[in-house]
Design a protein around this ligand. Structure first.
Ligand code: BV8
Ligand code: ZN
Length: 284
């Protein structure tokens, strides 16, 4: 392990007892398969863009959309709950699901993959475009994070769109229903600040992400981490990055709908593969 690489300064917030600050491992110790060709690209990459999906947070304990839901929502496909239709049909049931997810994310921590990206970002500047609505990239220390699908921690009025900044009631255990707070302007119910299926992505975020991708050049590196490549327009970014000339890498333990769009594939997990890649940069 190279000792000149500053151990990851863990984020300001107190980490749980025993939480090990991130230190890039020696790639050989981790046993992640990284070809010499990819190692060269990683070491000399000009710009680095990370496209992350739910698998990025899996090793922090946040279930992915592909994982079977647990408990109360076991019978529901998350994609059917993350819709205006579900909200219109039963807002208190949908609000309870989101409030439970807020509590879950608050109880977990960035994993070594999040911390590796943040450490790499301090060294080289890494732009993150995430489909995730959690705040684990930010809590790990990443500073350039575009949330394509919004945030669990941003709420707004379902009618007038007025932001709701107060704390919400977060149940310790999953509950079937929870009454959303009321908008202070028009009195309508407050909804989660996420992008539901069938909703347009926020224009400014979509434009920023598209510019990040379209401005890539040969010698740049794009890592797609923990996404099944099913949901558009996010799933279209890796192919756009490759068309722009960047070297594209998929980090996912299983093959995905878009695996063919990548120059390199690391069939491993985020929390193992990313530290091993960062160690290559650290070992310089
Ligand atoms: C849009 C926020 C224009 C909410 C999310 C018909 C009608 C309407 C729209 C459509 C339609 N047909 C297609 C569409 C477009 C639709 C779409 O793509 N649908 C899919 C299902 C076909 N897209 C949209 O609606 C988008 N808007 O297109 O607007 C429009 C408007 C109207 C009409 C037409 C078009 C909006 C999409 C955003 C939806 N909101 N999230 C919330 O979170 O509650 S999406 C949500 O699901 C996530 O944000 C994420 O994007 C997605 C899940 O995908 P992944 O992140 O890939 O996660 P997944 O669980 O799928 O996979 C995890 C992966 O990780 C796996 O591959 C696994 O192997 C891997 N993994 C597991 N462990 C690890 C790991 N990898 C690494 N390490 C590990 N440890
Ligand atoms: Zn309102």
């Amino acid at each position: 392990m190279s000792d000149e690489y500053p151990a990851m300064q863990v984020p300001a917030e107190p980490m749980p007892p025993g939480y090990q600050p991130y230190v890039p491992p020696n790639p050989d110790e981790v046993g992640v398969e990284i070809s010499d060709e990819l190692a060269q690209v990683v070491r000399h990459a000009r710009r680095i863009v990370v496209l992350s999906g739910a698998g990025m947070s899996a090793e922090s304990g946040v279930p992915t959309f592909r994982d079977a839901q647990s408990g109360l929502w076991e019978r529901f496909d998350p994609a059917s709950l993350a819709t205006q239709f579900a909200w219109d049909d039963d807002p208190e049931f949908v609000w309870a699901w989101y409030a439970w997810r807020v509590g879950l994310v608050r109880r977990v921590w960035p994993n070594a993959g999040h911390l590796a990206i943040a450490a790499w970002g301090r060294r080289r500047g890494v732009q993150v475009i995430t489909q995730n609505v959690d705040d684990l990239h930010e809590r790990a220390g990443s500073t350039e994070v575009a949330h394509l699908h919004g945030s669990l921690f941003a709420y707004r009025c379902a009618e007038c769109g007025h932001p709701y900044d107060a704390e919400i009631e977060v149940p310790d255990e999953p509950v079937e229903r929870l009454t959303p707070p009321r908008c202070e302007v028009c009195g309508a119910w407050v909804r989660p600040g996420v992008v539901w299926f069938g909703e347009y992505l926020p224009q400014e975020v979509m434009e920023a992400a598209t510019t990040m991708i379209e401005s890539l050049e040969p010698g740049d590196l794009v890592l797609s981490v923990g996404t099944s490549g099913v949901v558009y327009p996010a799933a279209g970014f890796p192919a756009m990055a490759r068309a722009a000339g960047a070297t594209t890498v998929e980090i996912n333990p299983t093959e995905t709908e878009i695996s063919d769009h990548f120059h390199h594939v690391i069939r491993d997990t985020a929390a193992r593969a990313l530290p091993a890649l960062v160690a290559l940069v650290a070992a310089e």
